[in-house]
Design a protein around this ligand. Structure first.
Ligand code: HXC
Ligand code: NAP
Length: 290
C-alpha cells in the first residue's frame, strides 16, 4: 500500500493564480485541492455553477485556500472572454491555465450523429483552443511572462482509440497544440505541457465510459502492468510540479501517468506476461534437454 504524500514544499505555488476548466469535479477538483495545499489561489470554471459552488465550499473547507468560481461554456469564445474578464478583475491576474474540461462517451462511430461528434470535439479541442487563445492573447498583450498552460490529454492522443473517436480526434489536436505553442510562445515566457493520465476513476468518466453492463470487460489488474488504477493525489503531484517554477525548463512535454497501460497494449510480445512461472520452467527444461 503506497501512502501518497504531497511532493513539493508547502509554498511551492504561492503567488500563483491557477484557472482550471472543469475544476468542479473529478480530476480537475483533485488537482485544485493539491494546488491549494501548496499555496495557490484557484479559479474553477465550467457550465454548472451550483456544482462549482459546492466544490468551492468543499475545497476551501479542506485547505483553507481561496477559490473563485465562474460559469463558462468553453465551447463559446464569448463565454470564455466574459469568464476571463471576471476572473482577472477579481484575482488580479491568472498565471496558469489548466485545460481539463472534457466531454466523452462510447459509441460505434457510425452510430453518431454529426452533432454528437461535434459536441465532443467542441468541448475538448475548441474548448482548449478558446481558453488558450483568449488568455494567451492577454498575457502577450500585457507583456506578462512566467505563465504556463497544462493540457489534460489521454494516451489515445497518439495511439487513437476505437469507440471514442471524437475524443481521440480532439485530444490528438490538443497534443499538437501543446507542442506547437511550446515553441511559438516560448519567446513570450509561456510554457505549454500536457499530462496523459491512464485510468483514474471519476464519476464523470465511469458513468459515460464504463456502464455497469460493460464493467466485466475492463479488469484493470489485467490491462495495467502495475495492476492498479491511479490515485488522484498522484496526478495532483505531477500537475503541481509541472505548473510550478520547479519545472521552468519543462516545455512541450507530455508526461504519461498510466502504470504502463498503453505500452502493454503496444509491445508485440507483452502477451507473454500471462505465462505462469511453471510454464517458463517447463520451457527452460525442454530447451536444456535439446
Ligand atoms: C451517442 C450521444 C451520447 C452517447 C450524447 N449524445 N450522449 N450520442 N452516445 N452516449 C449526442 C446527443 O444525442 C446529441 O446529438 C449530442 O450528442 C449532444 O448531446 P447533448 O446531451 O445535447 O450535449 P450536452 O448537454 O452539451 O452534453 C455534452 C455531453 C455530456 C458530452 C454529451 O456527456 C457531458 O456534459 N459531458 C461532460 C463530462 C464528461 O463527458 N466527462 C467524461 C470525461 S472522461 P443529437 O444529434 O441527438 O442532437 C474522459 C476520459 C478519457 O474524457 C480517457 C479515459 C481513459
Ligand atoms: P469529469 O469529472 O466529468 O470532468 C469533466 C469536467 O468538464 C466537468 O467538471 C464539467 O463540468 C466540465 N465541462 C464539460 N463540458 C464543459 C463545457 N462545455 N464548458 C466548461 N466545462 C465543461 O471527468 P474527469 O474524469 O475528471 O476528466 C477530467 C479530464 O481528465 C478530462 O480532460 C479527461 O479527458 C481527462 N482524462 C480522464 C481520465 C480518467 O480516467 N478519469 C483519463 C484520461 C484523461 P460542467 O458539467 O459543470 O460543465
Amino acid at each position: 500500500m503506497i501512502d501518497i504524500k504531497p511532493m513539493l514544499q508547502k509554498d511551492a505555488l504561492i503567488n500563483k493564480t491557477i484557472l482550471i476548466t472543469g475544476g468542479g469535479s473529478g480530476l480537475g477538483k483533485a488537482m485544485a485541492k493539491q494546488f491549494l495545499n501548496l499555496g495557490a489561489t484557484l479559479v474553477i470554471a465550467s457550465r454548472n455553477l451550483e456544482k462549482l459552488q459546492l466544490a468551492k465550499e468543499e475545497l476551501e473547507g479542506q485547505t483553507g485556500g481561496k477559490v473563485y468560481v465562474f460559469s463558462c461554456d468553453v465551447r463559446d469564445y464569448n463565454s470564455v472572454e466574459t469568464m476571463l474578464d471576471q476572473a482577472i478583475e477579481t484575482t488580479g491576474g491568472i498565471d496558469v491555465l489548466v485545460n481539463n474540461a472534457a466531454g466523452n462517451f462510447i459509441s460505434p462511430t457510425e452510430r453518431l450523429s454529426a452533432n454528437a461528434f461535434d459536441t465532443v470535439v467542441d468541448i475538448v479541442l475548441k474548448g482548449t483552443s478558446n481558453c488558450t487563445l483568449a488568455l494567451g492573447k492577454r498575457w502577450i498583450e500585457n507583456k506578462e511572462n512566467n505563465k504556463n498552460i497544462l493540457n489534460i490529454v489521454t494516451t489515445y492522443s497518439w495511439t487513437g482509440s476505437a469507440y471514442v473517436v471524437p475524443s481521440a480526434t480532439a485530444k490528438a489536436g490538443v497534443l499538437a497544440m501543446t507542442r506547437s505553442l511550446a515553441v511559438e510562445w516560448a519567446k513570450y515566457g509561456i510554457r505549454s505541457n500536457a499530462i496523459a493520465p491512464g485510468a483514474f476513476p471519476t464519476k464523470g468518466a465511469i458513468e459515460r465510459l464504463l456502464p455497469p453492463q460493460l464493467q466485466h470487460l475492463a479488469d484493470m489488474t489485467k490491462k495495467i502492468p502495475l495492476a492498479r488504477v491511479g490515485k488522484h493525489e498522484e496526478l495532483g503531484n505531477l500537475a503541481s510540479y509541472m505548473v510550478s517554477d520547479y519545472a521552468s525548463f519543462l516545455n512541450g512535454e507530455v508526461i504519461t501517468l498510466d502504470g504502463g497501460e498503453w505500452l502493454q497494449g503496444a509491445g508485440q510480445f507483452n502477451f507473454l506476461r500471462e505465462i505462469p512461472e511453471s510454464l517458463w520452467d517447463a520451457l527452460e527444461q525442454s530447451r536444456k534437454k535439446k
